[in-house]
Design a protein around this ligand. Structure first.
Ligand SMILES: [Zn+2]
Length: 273
């Protein structure tokens, strides 16, 4: 069987790729990536993700609503970042329709955030997260979870709804919790490309059950070199680092992570590239 690298969480429709998006994708494919799961955040990026995926078989579309976008209607006027106003329920319905039509490989990015917004938004965030988990479960799709500073609450909600196909992206919570959820719930953790400079990601790479480890970039963010734009091809370095930490060959590490990708996402019609 052929095996490839995978980036299970990236944002190729981000403005920082607008000048050379095609070159970035070509570099990823040349580096051996068989799957680049491009995650949407809101109505605009969700539609861009779908059209990008129609162009390249390696681009796998995931649609979601980012936690701050999920509460766009209650953010203060002077909120620090630009968040467009839109009808969240209409977007959930759109994502559900795409899931029904088997146009998407996963639901995400979605989840809870306790860093960018305050506790007054938590109930509204949870309502949207629960609805999107519901879409994923209804259609047997994985859910790609943003859990910054709300890791335990995310896990409580996922467990209470019975979500089985879960990827925690850029997980920043306690590693003992990750260990427990990987072992007891069968939830996956995708490790970003800056693992070599992050004590907590190094710890996850070396201690999680190997069959629960995935690679991601969150590009353009979270690059291996601070301040430099990240891109999907950088997952190759994370797989090399995983091999180093475990005393495996790079081929074995690549094979393991690709097998994990296929197990979680592989039912999608063209998921095996
Ligand atoms: Zn992201």
């Amino acid at each position: 069987m052929n095996y490839f690298y995978c980036d299970v969480h990236t944002h190729l429709t981000h403005g920082r790729f607008c000048d050379d998006q095609k070159e970035v994708i070509a570099r990823a494919i040349a580096a051996g990536l068989g799957a680049i799961v491009s995650n949407g955040l809101n109505p605009v990026s969700n539609r861009e993700v779908l059209s990008l995926a129609a162009e390249f078989p390696q681009i796998k579309p995931a649609l979601g609503i980012y936690p701050t976008d999920a509460v766009n209607d209650i953010l203060p006027e002077d909120y620090l970042y630009r968040v467009d106003r839109f009808d969240v329920d209409a977007e959930i319905a759109f994502i559900r329709q795409c899931a029904r039509e088997k146009k998407i490989i996963a639901v995400g990015e979605c989840g809870l955030d306790g860093h960018l917004v305050d506790a007054s938004t938590f109930a509204a965030q949870e309502r949207v997260f629960e609805a999107l988990i519901g879409v994923a479960i209804e259609h047997d799709l994985p859910v790609i979870v943003h859990s910054r500073k709300r890791e335990v609450r995310c896990a409580e909600i996922l467990a209470s709804l019975g979500a089985k196909k879960v990827d925690f992206h850029c997980y920043g919570g306690k590693s003992k919790h990750a260990q427990k959820w990987a072992e007891n719930q069968g939830w996956y953790f995708s490790i970003p490309a800056n693992a070599r400079v992050s004590e907590s990601f190094r710890k996850l790479l070396s201690s999680l059950p190997p069959e629960m480890i995935l690679t991601e970039t969150d590009a353009p963010y979270m690059g291996p070199v601070r301040g430099e734009r990240n891109e999907p091809a950088n997952v190759v370095g994370t797989v090399a680092y995983l091999a180093e930490l475990r005393g495996w060959t790079e081929e074995d590490a690549k094979k393991t992570v690709w097998g994990n990708y296929l197990r979680l996402f592989g039912h999608f019609s063209n998921a095996s590239a």
